[in-house]
Design a protein around this ligand. Structure first.
Ligand SMILES: C[S@@+](CC[C@H](N)C(=O)[O-])C[C@H]1O[C@@H](n2cnc3c(N)ncnc32)[C@H](O)[C@@H]1O
Length: 256
């Protein structure tokens, strides 16, 4: 039987299960032989946990291939934004299960690609899975997967022609200043090389003021950039536009 590549969604199943279990425990509390007040309190406390469980389950469905396939559609949008002749080196920062980099490998058959990720235990992705997916998709010989942190990339300055990263910078815990993480990414981009980053850039708690962020990057050397709200670039189901899902997602495209 022909094997098919396995790309997990951005929703962590263990997280969903934790919220589900807490909701059910609070619901159970409403049935216990305790005071009426405590039973009501337990029911009220269950509500936000049920809400988060619902949002996570709905997002899981919409992102996966058996549902709305939005994760793949978002990667397609990023690939479609690439404006490059396709000869040279591509780096994907936080490659997950390799979905985006494998699409790029298929789109640019003359490119050499690298995917890095720290593949931490709280994600359901792994380097072995990336390698297996690349093999199944027939692009194994052009992609290298390396375990590393986006905070300190194991590359020389100006090594890559194209940089991509999807929903990773906000996850980098080993450097709290996310502007520094973006600068580290741009360090490895060639002069006039292109970058396409999708992340929750509109969330000021994570990335600070957007104008300041772009100004800092400009001072760091980026010569051109454009930024778009993801919601303006594609039709997304309303619930995916929840601030806890993709409501703050933006694409920043530019050149060094
Ligand atoms: C939401 S997932 C996105 C995965 C992939 N970019 C995609 O679009 O399918 C976030 C990814 O960031 C990775 N990540 C988190 N912290 C990281 C770090 N410090 N360095 C590199 N990758 C990291 C996680 O392992 C995970 O694969």
């Amino acid at each position: 039987m022909k094997k098919t590549a396995k790309y997990q969604t951005w929703i962590r199943i263990y997280k969903l299960l934790i919220f589900l279990i807490i909701s059910l425990l609070f619901l159970l509390g409403t049935l216990l032989p305790i005071s009426f007040f405590l039973r009501i309190l337990s029911g009220i406390l269950a509500l936000p946990f049920f809400y988060i469980t619902f949002i996570l389950t709905y997002s899981l469905y919409q992102f996966s291939a058996f549902g709305g396939n939005y994760q793949s559609k978002i990667h397609d949008l990023m690939v479609a934004k690439v404006n490059w002749d396709g000869e040279g080196k591509i780096l994907d920062i936080g490659t997950g299960s390799g979905a985006l980099i494998i699409k790029l490998a298929k789109t640019f058959p003359k490119s050499c690609l690298t995917g890095i990720d720290y593949w931490g235990g709280n994600w359901e992705y792994s380097k072995a899975q990336c390698q297996q997916n690349a093999e199944i998709e027939g692009v194994y010989n052009r992609i290298e997967f390396i375990k590393a942190s986006a905070a300190v990339l194991p590359f020389k300055d100006a090594e890559f022609d194209l940089l991509v990263s999807c929903l990773t910078f906000h996850e980098v815990k080993d450097k709290s200043n996310k502007t520094e993480v973006l600068k580290e990414a741009l360090r490895v981009l060639k002069p006039s090389g292109e970058f396409i980053f999708l992340d929750l850039f509109a969330d000021e708690k994570i990335f600070g003021d957007q104008k300041k962020l772009l100004n800092d990057l400009r001072k760091n050397g980026i010569s051109e950039w454009e930024s778009y709200k993801l919601a303006d670039e594609m039709n997304l189901p309303k619930l995916l536009l929840n601030k806890k899902v993709l409501g703050n997602a933006m694409i920043i495209i530019g050149r060094n």
